[in-house]
Design a protein around this ligand. Structure first.
Ligand SMILES: *Cc1c(COP(=O)(O)O)cnc(C)c1O
Length: 427
């Protein structure tokens, strides 16, 4: 059997030259390191800036300067309906109907807004199910919502423990938890991709199980959007939320997003309301009674931050041209190559924590440094000093995420060679 991958620069460069998506890299600003491109593997934390963003932001600044308030109605893309200019691309990326998605706020805010509508605890059903080791915001948000309803997180917050090594959770474990606690659970709130270990969850299977037990289902897609092809509508999830500064490359603190399934489009759900969520056709009659716009738009509070929506629009246009299926095909190869390098060249130094089945992960590999925290930190700092940018998760994990829009096979090889050099220096 001939190996699928090779650990040499000729092979890696040949793959990059044959990559149908290779030109997209040139559309991004790659942070420099000592006069050369750094090897940037941190798109799971902050995606890179598309070159076209600067001009597009400047164009809106010009409209503001030239048009003042008239910019709401004039200009190439009038501000009044600006969030609608990202709607179709956003819907395509998460596999939703356009009316099911909205770009607004940030992830944490959207999570709270969604829980106001979709976490409606009763005496019989007070609980929320999340994964153990959830991202702090998610845990803080659900815990504070539980307290807001006058309930006690000690009984109303159920944290699903891992049943596989490295904090991984099988669908069978979720099924067992639902069998045991399902009748008490109001809301199942799980990630699309777990931020720490990189595990991807089967949204459709989870939704089906949870609905069977009468629970509402929401997903946090912070690490899934722009990373995995999603079919949110078909998953039947009730709601989802995400941020746009990770794989979606929309800039620090970018405008986040929310999905509300079509079946709730016209439901009279309790919500925290604002004028931008009011029925578009009568919003400017400025009446005292709130009538929500049908669909996800009805959860908007404020008129949107136009300057912050510009990078999202530019970025989504890049995703539209690249296409999630092609990006995922390349991502499987790139991450597969990185995993192969770790397993065949670096097994004495590193071990992959993320599931080995490609269907159970996205771009990111969480990689444990063998030998404990100090050794791990030393390697991490060595990599950063050598222009190889990943991120660190206590106590001993480096997250490396090859993003198919701008990373190359040669980047994966550069990572492996740097680790080899460090280990060769007698570490
Ligand atoms: C990145 C991330 C967040 C960040 O939330 P913000 O409100 O955008 O600061 C929250 N939850 C998860 C799971 C994340 O990965």
């Amino acid at each position: 059997m001939s190996p699928r991958f090779e650990a040499n620069l000729d092979w890696a460069c040949a793959q990059d030259a044959a990559d149908p998506l290779r030109a997209f890299r040139d559309e991004f600003l790659i942070p420099p390191h000592e006069g050369r491109d750094s090897v940037y593997f941190c798109g799971n934390s902050l995606g890179l800036q598309p070159r076209a963003v600067r001009e597009a932001v400047n164009a809106e600044l010009d409209y503001w300067g030239e048009l003042g308030v008239e910019g709401h109605f004039k200009g190439r893309l009038p501000w009044m309906d600006y969030h609608e200019f990202v709607r179709d691309d956003l819907a395509a990326i998460v596999g939703a109907l356009p009316s099911e998605v909205v770009a607004m706020n940030t992830l944490g805010v959207n999570l709270h807004l969604m829980m106001v509508s979709f976490y409606r605890p009763t005496k019989e059903r007070p609980a929320i199910l999340i994964e153990a080791g959830a991202f702090p915001t998610d845990r803080y948000a659900v815990e504070s919502q539980i307290r807001f309803h006058g309930l006690d997180p000690a009984t109303a917050l159920i944290e699903l423990e891992a049943d596989e090594p490295n904090g991984l959770i099988s669908t069978a474990a979720i099924e067992r938890a639902l069998t045991e606690h399902g009748a008490r659970i109001a809301l199942v709130m799980l990630p699309g991709v777990q931020y720490r270990n990189g595990q991807a969850f089967d949204l459709k299977a989870i939704t089906e199980l949870a609905h069977r037990h009468g629970c509402v289902v929401g997903f946090d897609l912070a690490h899934a959007v722009g990373n995995l092809p999603l079919q949110l509508h078909d998953s039947d999830a009730d709601f989802a939320i995400w941020c746009s500064y990770k794989y979606l490359n929309s800039g620090p603190g970018a405008v986040g997003g929310a999905f509300v399934h079509e079946r709730h489009a016209k439901a009279v759900l309790p919500r925290f309301a604002g004028w931008w969520g009011h029925d578009k056709t009568t919003r400017f009659q400025m009446g005292p009674e709130f009538v929500p716009t049908p669909g996800a738009d009805g959860w908007q509070l404020s008129n949107p931050p136009i300057l912050a929506l510009v990078p999202l629009r530019v970025s989504l246009e890049i995703f539209r041209r690249a296409g999630m299926p092609r990006l995922r095909a390349k991502s499987l190869q790139l991450t597969g190559y990185l995993e192969w390098l770790v397993q065949t060249q670096l097994a004495d130094v590193l071990e992959v924590v993320t599931p080995s089945q490609p269907g159970r992960r996205g771009a990111q590999l969480s990689i444990r440094v063998i030998g404990g925290r100090e050794r791990g930190r030393a390697l991490f700092e060595y990599l950063m000093e050598h222009g190889i940018i990943g991120d660190w998760r206590e106590p001993d994990v480096i997250r490396i995420s090859p993003a198919p829009l701008y990373n190359r096979f040669a980047d994966c090889l550069a990572f492996a060679e740097a680790v080899r050099d460090w280990a060769g220096e007698g570490q």
